[in-house]
Every structure is written in C-alpha cells, then in structure tokens.
Design a protein around this ligand. Structure first.
Ligand code: FRU
Length: 489
C-alpha cells in the first residue's frame, strides 16, 4: 500500500472515532471526515451494495481527490471501509476523480479518472485526464500496471484533452462498455462510448449524445442504462442556463430519455427531464440490484452554493437511494423500499380542514417520513413549515392555481447569504397533490406525485427545531401520515 493511502486510512480512522453519530444525519450517508463530493462506484459486489465517493479526508474543502468507501446491505445502514484509492501514481497524482465499479470473476473492478498535471516545454502547466483501473477484493485495490487504459487521444479530433472524465463501466452480452464525459470541438459536452473484449484493451466506439451548446458546457458523471422500454443517458452538465423553472443550479442534472440501437451503439434522444429541482443535488449514479431494481444516489450539495457549517468536521451527504421507474415516458424516483423498515410510531389524520396555521398532535420531528395528500378545489396556497422552532423554519408552499411547489429555507437559521428558494411545476392528479417529504437533521427531500418530481435541499437549522405546521387559505383538506425514521445501528 502506498504511503499516501496508508496516511489517509490512519487519519480517517483516528478522526472518525471522535465524531459521534448524534452529529450526523439519521438516515443519510455522510462521509467519515473531511470533504466528500460525487458518489463513485455505486454497485453490487458479493451480494452487498458498495458506495465509493470523492474524498479529501484532511479538510472540509475540495482538494487532492481520493476515493472513500462504504458498504451496506440495505442502502440505509452504511459501514465505513478504509479509503480505497489515493492519488499515488504519476498518472493520477493530481487526483483520483470520479468513476464506477463492477464485479467481474470474483474481483471488484474500479474505473476512475486519473488526473495528471504536466509542464509544457515553455513552462506552462496543463492537465491531462485519462481513464484508469484498479482491481481488488472489496477492501484493498491494486492499480493496473497498464494504466491509463483509455486516453484522450482516442477521442474524435477537436475534443478536449483536459476535460475527459467520470467513466461509467458496464458489461453487456459478454462485452465491456465505458461511457465517459468530455467536450467536443464546439467546446460543449459530449459522452464518448468505448468498448472492449478484455478489460485492458479499449476502443473508441462513438459519441452517444452531445450538448451542441444547448444543454450546458462540460457533461460530467454520465450513466447509461435501460429503464422500462427506453434507455436513459443521465448527465451532470456544468454551466447550464436556467430555462423557466428548470436547471437553476448552474451545475445541473438531466435524464436524457431515448432509444438505444445496441447493434450499432447509437443512442437517440427523445426527451430531456430534470432529475431534481432542489438546491442541493448533483452527480447522481445508479446501480442495478440483484433483485433487478435500478437505484440512484446523488450528492446532496451544490458546487455553486455549498452549504455546511464551518464547525462540522465532515462536509458531505448523499441522498437517500432512490428506485427509478419509467411511467408515461417520465422517470419516477422513489426512496428505496428498505427505508419503510425504519418507519416507527405512525400518526395519521384524514380529511383535516386546514385554515389558519395549525399543528397536529403527534406530527413533528427531525427524522421523519411524511406523506401528504392535499385536496380541495377552493384553496389558493398551502404552506407547510418544518424543522421549525417558531422563529426558524423551512417552508414548502404549494400554489394550487399556478401549480407551483416552492421550497424556501430563507429562515432556516443558516447565518450565511446562501441561495434559499427553488420552485417546480407540480400539477395535482384528479384534484389531489400527493407529497412524500423526508426530513433528516440536515436535509429535506420532497417527492411529488408518487415521485414524478423530486426536490432535494439542505437545511442546517438547530436539531431541536422539530415542529411541523400546516396552513391553507380557502378549503384545503389534507390527509397526513407521519412516521419517525429510526435507524438501529
Ligand atoms: C463532479 C466532478 C467530476 C470530477 C469530480 C472531481 O462533481 O467535477 O467531474 O470527477 O467532481 O472531484
């Protein structure tokens, strides 16, 4: 093991012992210590779910990237494993960037972007990004001698050699495939496909799709998978302009839904759908479970507007893993069913008439799964205040006439001027708007209309702010069920 990796492992071990679980989210994954961004290598290995992540253990800001590592049997309880990769080779000395993993012949294969800083003859620094591999046993990994296995000179002419990263690997009909984000000759995003008969010999196989300067610049963190009768190319475009209520985060995420001609390796995009409308969501990845579910996890933070208290020794969280399905041409997201096993203390009300701001006995908490059905044709707005102590709160506002759902954390108690509201279009179905709201100590995930839309945001309100209140103007009737989420560790 390299000195760099050994150092990271012993540092994280000593540091993690000092951080108590009470200062962590109840049911979201957080990194042991230091900085975390993208999920990496989210996949099954020997019957367990593995999650790697972009990681800098020594400080709560981004720096020289390692891969952190954890595993779980149920997507909710994660066991920290020692850091998996460090930037300890010449070809990845500037960082072990994002990538993916798969199981092959009993081994776990990690594929990542090695970033190298080089110096030109005239003394100018430049960066090269290339795709590298490591194999291991689920804890310890060895990088291939042949690294890098895919380099930017395999891309079509004019493609960027500096922005070429985040390989997603999969196997299909005995062949290996890898989708990698890059920039084409017009400077905007494209996803390049590579294929191989053995894991060490890769060939360029075409461009799956490209931005043409319409959907942002560099396309990061691609994933490519069948869903229902369609194929989804999931991307995280940088520098993307907002359009109406869509794509407000600068760094955004999109499902490109289309068809895939497997014989000729051609993807044909039919629709574009925002993955998440919240303030804090980026770089999602999916995996296929042994029971056939396509499960997605995302980084619960924003590059443009990072939000975490300076006093916290860890900075990152992941969303609750979400099962994906395709209905009516749209991708639906729903918290993994394993979360239902952590529901306790159900409290339910039916047909409550909501007028002035009201509390409901037993409906409160800071680790809560809340199901709501808002009904009635006469009300204008419904307001739900949560994580509230009266003075501080976060608010969900549904404007029934405009059909717009807004999340607002302006008064959530964070003492920095961060961006605080986002809105999305959410029509009611047969006069009912259904919402599922997951509230954890530091986050709120909202699923509207059975998961047709999702909205994920962070809050850092003191954890004793647990009240939930409801208000409506006009005739608003509401069914509500609350469960506490308790994770036995
Ligand atoms: C996305 C990203 C990836 C890159 C990684 C570096 O958030 O920029 O493209 O591999 O983060 O940490």
């Amino acid at each position: 093991m390299s000195e760099l990796l050994e150092k990271a492992r012993s540092y994280e071990k000593a540091a993690t012992e000092k951080i108590s679980n009470e200062n962590r989210p109840e049911f979201h994954f957080s990194n042991p210590v230091g900085w975390m961004n993208d999920p990496n290598g989210f996949s099954e290995y020997k019957g367990e779910h593995h999650l790697f992540y972009q990681y800098y253990p020594y400080a709560t800001h981004w720096d020289s990237m390692h891969w952190g590592h954890a595993k779980s049997k149920d997507f909710i309880r994660w066991e920290y494993l020692p850091a998996a990769l460090a930037p300890d080779c010449a070809y990845d000395s500037f960082g072990v960037f994002s990538g993916s993993a798969m199981e092959e012949a009993g081994k776990q294969i990690l594929v990542y972007t090695g970033v190298e800083e080089k110096m030109s003859e005239d003394g100018k620094k430049y960066v090269r990004q290339h795709q590298c591999m490591a194999t291991g046993d689920g804890v310890n990994y060895e990088k291939l001698e042949k690294n890098p296995v895919v380099s930017a000179d395999m891309l079509p002419e004019g493609s960027s050699t500096e922005d070429f990263r985040d390989p997603k690997i999969w196997k299909e009909d005995g062949r290996y495939y890898m989708a990698v984000g890059s920039r084409g000759s017009d400077g905007s995003g494209q996803i390049a496909l590579f294929c191989a008969d053995t894991l060490h010999e890769w060939n360029y196989a075409g461009i799956l799709d490209c931005s043409g300067n319409r959907l942002g610049k560099m396309w990061e963190c691609p994933d490519f998978y069948p869903l229902g009768d369609r194929q989804v190319l999931m991307i995280s475009p940088q520098e993307m302009e907002a359009e109406g209520l869509e794509f407000h985060n600068g760094n955004n995420t999109a499902f490109l839904i289309g068809s895939y001609d497997r014989e000729n390796l051609r993807f044909c995009r039919e629709r574009v759908q925002s993955v998440d409308y919240g303030l804090d969501f980026y770089a999602p990845q999916t995996m296929l479970t042994e029971d056939g579910r396509r499960v997605m996890i995302g980084w619960m933070q924003s590059w443009d507007n990072p939000m975490y208290p300076d006093s916290q020794p860890w900075s990152g969280m992941m969303t609750v893993p979400r099962e994906l399905s395709l209905r009516g041409g749209r991708v639906y997201q729903w918290p993994v069913r394993e979360l239902n096993g952590c529901r306790r203390n159900a409290v339910a009300y039916k047909g409550v008439c909501v007028e002035k701001e009201m509390k409901l006995e037993g409906i409160a908490g800071r680790s809560v799964d809340l199901e709501l059905r808002l009904k009635g044709g006469g009300y204008g707005k419904c307001r739900i205040r949560l994580a509230s102590d009266g003075r501080r709160y976060s608010e969900i506002i549904y404007d029934r006439e405009e059909k717009i759902l807004t999340f607002d954390r302006t008064h959530s108690g964070f003492a920095k001027d961060t961006i605080s509201t986002r809105s999305m279009y959410a029509d009611s179905q047969d006069g009912v708007l259904s919402l599922r709201i997951l509230i954890d100590r530091y986050s709120v995930e909202i699923f509207a209309n059975d998961g047709a839309q999702a909205m994920t945001s962070l809050i850092y309100t003191p954890c004793n702010a647990t009240q939930i209140t409801f208000a409506g103007n006009g005739q608003l009737y509401m069914d509500v069920t609350k469960y506490d989420i308790e994770v036995e560790r």
